[in-house]
Design a protein around this ligand. Sequence first.
Ligand SMILES: Cc1cc2nc3c(=O)[nH]c(=O)nc-3n(C[C@H](O)[C@H](O)[C@H](O)COP(=O)(O)OP(=O)(O)OC[C@H]3O[C@@H](n4cnc5c(N)ncnc54)[C@H](O)[C@@H]3O)c2cc1C
Length: 306
Amino acid sequence: MATIFDVIIIGAGPAGLTSAIYARRAGKSVLILEKESIGGQIATSPKVENYPSIISISGTELMDNMMNQATELGADFDIDEVKHIEKVDGLFHLTGEYGNYTAKSVIIATGCSHRSINAKGVEDFIGNGVSYCAVCDGSFYQNQDVCLIGDANTALQYALMLSNICHKVYVCTLFDKFFGEDILVQALLKRENVEITHNLLLQEVKGSDEVEEVIFKDTKTEEIKSYAVKGLFIAIGQIPHNENFTNVVDLDKDGYIVATDDCFTKTEGLYVAGDCRKKALRQVATAIGDAALAATMAVKYLDQLK
Ligand SMILES: Cc1cc2nc3c(=O)[nH]c(=O)nc-3n(C[C@H](O)[C@H](O)[C@H](O)COP(=O)(O)OP(=O)(O)OC[C@H]3O[C@@H](n4cnc5c(N)ncnc54)[C@H](O)[C@@H]3O)c2cc1C
């Protein structure tokens, strides 16, 4: 007979691994299912400097430590992509690409990914000048010139934040206006170190070891525009990985899972943690905060089943 786990956790990013640590320390059997590689998004970051008590660490090292802690506590781990969840007679049946799994409770910690731009150099400079997160990386560009691409609320908030830190912020949008809240647009227009240019399409990111130049084409005039900057921030949206779970959770208009403050979803015994849920800030600190709550709620639910 197949093993019935107390908790199956979907995703081995900060939220998934922290959930595993909490559930194992509470004595529950745990299986983590991960579709790609251990560590989630943060594992791609060369430098993390806002994780309390660690001044500076690479994302890979941070996540190796979290993974070791989870597995040393006895969490099981498998590589598989969960395609479907069904709750039948109080048990959760998960269908993966390679196998089927059963659990009494489930934590979805599938995160999200950033929308990128298919232009020359973008991928090559991620972590060396190209960033998707001003909260994470803005402070690396103190008193330097940066460029930011985006036209909605996150981009506007990032631009305001960067203008507090950087010498000059070039804000470039693809269309001829902003789509975010007017109060943010008005605040940005007042910043003297911000230069806004609309109708720009990114062509190329150039540099040697780090970003040195960002090149755009004006979509109206075809004119080429170049900015000598140290950093390029891309804030054109994120894609949550929740499309396989729409039968058991509610999603908001952007595809994020709607949950209570304590990480309950609409299905009893099913919890959500991290970037894949509706929330105001997507960071490691908030992902692991959710995870501690989600796992503790799962443990409470399991104890009540007895
Ligand atoms: C380049 C970069 C730099 C960053 N820098 C910082 C920083 O300095 N500080 C900070 O606090 N935050 C930073 N962030 C944000 C931070 O990485 C995220 O907030 C955090 O990783 C969210 O954790 P998570 O576990 O919720 O999701 P993720 O890290 O996205 O992990 C989710 C995991 O679930 C897996 N998965 C998805 N769907 C399935 C499925 N169906 N089945 C199985 N597995 C699945 C994914 O493969 C992934 O491994 C950065 C992000 C990036 C991209």
